[in-house]
Design a protein around this ligand. Structure first.
Ligand SMILES: Nc1nc2c(ncn2[C@@H]2O[C@H](COP(=O)(O)OP(=O)(O)OP(=O)(O)O)[C@@H](O)[C@H]2O)c(=O)[nH]1
Length: 575
């Protein structure tokens, strides 16, 4: 697999992996944001549930007051009762509207429970009205207790409603659990505090002592109230150390437990002994109900804090989500840029460099080496490739020069500088080869050795340069007359030698004669514009079996000597 392809595959795999991680991270943050977005509306619905429960509880005060009304105050107290009923109806309607607005709650059982509360309130209120309409002395203990219980019986349904609503908040953000438990504790505390007051309604109206059931019930409520107070302290300590909670608890202790609860305690003592309470239910409500405000204040402190926390967490979750998305996009872009840079600055140049090196190894020296664009390792490699190419080019050119020199040297070492003919050394080299062939195949081979006559005189009379010109002229004439296969060489100063292949002594003599005549007839230009004539003497010898080249030349030389002796300008054959 090519490096480029491998890199592309790795890039895609890494990008996929990165995207999968990024998407899961964004998905997690999105879910946190979504659930934190649900927290605030869920808290609002929970608060509406609590308010509805509080209003229905609070309705018991005016109801009890109305049931204990004197004839002269009946109308006023009934008016107050109607106002309280309108307030609880409005709170229930608000809760219902909020639940209907939310698609998740619309089809849940909570709406149905609210409807049941609304339905149940009708008969309970009718029972209260019935007692309140009766003449003062006619109101029986049993009816009053039944009417009071009827109003209380609505509350467990509302407790379940708030319980379910708090569950939705808890689901959305479990970190708010301690605060929510604190809120529920205040709601229950408010309810039990109200109930303990309501337990005195019947005895107050009938001026009776408390019967055993009422004593037991009040005792049970005492226990619950005390328990809730200690639970509230523990939960708030776990929830927050902010001073407003400690302050709220202190107010609760001072207002409710020091004042309200003390008052109930006093009524209990009276109820156990004489039944001579000295107050009406309306007066009880007027004195007792305001003391419970501290419970509701504490509830609102916690609820406000929960709401603020939920909003803060929602904002944080949104900001974090935006940050994660932003960072993911930036990281994605950075990753792409990184991959692009690596491909552009490392992989592609490496592939190019590999092709170039392979090309150089194949001798493709015409290929262009790209210029180094960056001062990095790849740039260094490109520069090194350029140097490599230049070195190869230099080496090739040197090799060519060397070959030319070698061939030049070879030529010059075999050639006579003045005449351009083969020199004596080259003649022997060629001559030995020809001898070998001739002797092996028993072929004829002859040698003609000739020397210019009185050459010294030419030098002496016309100068050395003229002598050189004559030598060049003789060489030229001999070369023209001889065959290509004949080996002509300058043997010494003014002495020339010819090796004739496939030539017997007779034919060799004829060749010598032809040369002699040609030289005799030629006029040579010498210094001073003169033309001179020359002659040459020839010695001819043919190869016999067992002769060496030196012996053959020696025979020709002897014949030449004879020719000189016999008057020059003649051909003598070795015998
Ligand atoms: N110009 C010139 N002269 C050369 C060259 N080589 C040899 N000579 C001359 O050739 C002459 C040869 O002279 P000799 O050996 O006495 O022979 P010769 O004068 O030809 O007399 P014979 O051979 O007896 O006819 C000498 O003077 C050499 O200096 C050369 O390359 N150029």
């Amino acid at each position: 697999m090519s490096l480029n392809r491998l890199f592309r595959l790795i890039s895609i795999a890494l990008l996929m992996l990165f995207l999968a991680l990024a998407v899961s991270l964004v998905w997690i943050e999105w879910n946190i944001y979504q659930s934190s977005t649900n927290t605030v509306p869920a808290l609002k619905r929970f608060r509406l549930g609590l308010v509805a429960m509080e209003q229905v509880s609070a309705e018991r005060g005016p109801a009890n007051a109305f049931m204990g009304a004197r004839d002269d105050e009946r109308a006023v107290l009934y008016q107050r009762l109607q106002a309280a009923r309108a307030a609880s109806d409005a709170a229930l309607a608000d809760l219902r509207a909020a639940l209907e607005k939310d698609s998740a709650q619309r089809n849940s059982g909570i709406l149905e429970k609210v409807r049941i509360v609304q339905q149940t309130l009708g008969p309970a209120r009718a029972a209260v009205d019935h007692v309140g309409q009766q003449a003062q002395g006619q109101r029986s203990h049993l009816y009053i207790v039944s009417a009071v219980n009827g109003m209380m019986d609505v509350i467990p349904m509302l407790v379940r409603i708030t319980g379910e609503l708090v569950g939705t908040v808890d689901l959305a953000d479990p970190d708010l659990r301690d605060g929510l438990a604190g809120v529920r504790a205040t709601a229950s505390l408010r309810e039990y505090a109200g109930q303990v007051g309501s337990r005195f309604t019947a005895p107050l109206i009938t001026h009776n002592t408390l019967n055993p059931d009422e004593v037991i019930e009040i005792g049970r409520l005492y226990g619950r109230i005390e328990l809730l107070r200690s639970l509230l302290g523990a939960q708030l300590a776990a929830y927050s150390s902010q001073p407003q909670f400690a302050q709220g608890l202190a107010n609760l202790d001072k207002q409710y437990f020091d004042n309200g609860f003390q008052f109930i305690d006093y009524l209990l003592q009276v109820g156990l002994k004489s039944g001579d309470y000295g107050i009406t239910p309306a007066e009880l409500a007027a004195r007792y109900v305001p003391q419970m405000k501290a419970i509701l204040d504490l509830r609102d402190i916690i609820l406000d804090d929960l709401m603020a926390r939920a909003e803060r967490r929602n904002l944080q979750a949104r900001n974090f989500l935006v940050l994660v998305i932003g960072l993911t996009i930036v990281a994605c872009l950075f990753f792409q840029l990184l991959m692009y840079m690596i491909r552009k600055r490392v992989v592609s140049p490496l592939v190019t460099a590999t092709d170039l090196v392979v090309g150089l190894a194949d001798g493709k020296l015409g290929q262009e080496i790209p210029a180094a664009r960056y001062d990095d390792e790849i740039g260094g490699m490109m520069r090194a490739l350029r140097v490599l190419k230049e070195r190869i080019l230099e080496r090739n050119s040197l090799a060519r020069e060397r070959e030319a020199l070698i061939s030049q040297l070879q030529t010059s070492s075999n050639t006579d500088f003045l005449t351009g003919l083969l020199n004596r050394r080259a003649f022997f080299s060629y001559g030995e080869q020809q001898m070998g062939v001739a002797q092996r195949y028993r072929r004829n081979l002859s040698v003609v050795l000739f020397d210019i006559d009185h050459f010294k005189r030419i030098n002496d009379s016309h100068g050395h340069l003229s002598g050189d010109a004559v030598l060049r002229g003789v060489a030229q004439i001999a070369a023209q007359l001889l065959r290509k296969v004949d080996v002509l060489a300058r043997y010494g100063g003014e002495e020339f030698i010819v090796l004739l292949q496939e030539t017997d002594i007779g034919k060799a003599e004829a060749v010598a004669q032809k040369l002699r005549v040609a030289l005799e007839q030629k006029e040579f230009d010498v210094d001073g514009g003169q033309r001179i004539k020359i002659s040459a003497s020839f010695g001819v010898a043919a190869l016999s079996e067992g002769h060496s080249l030196e012996q053959l030349i020696k025979l020709a030389d002897t014949a030449l000597y004879v020719a000189k002796e016999r008057g020059r300008n003649r051909v003598e054959v070795s015998v």
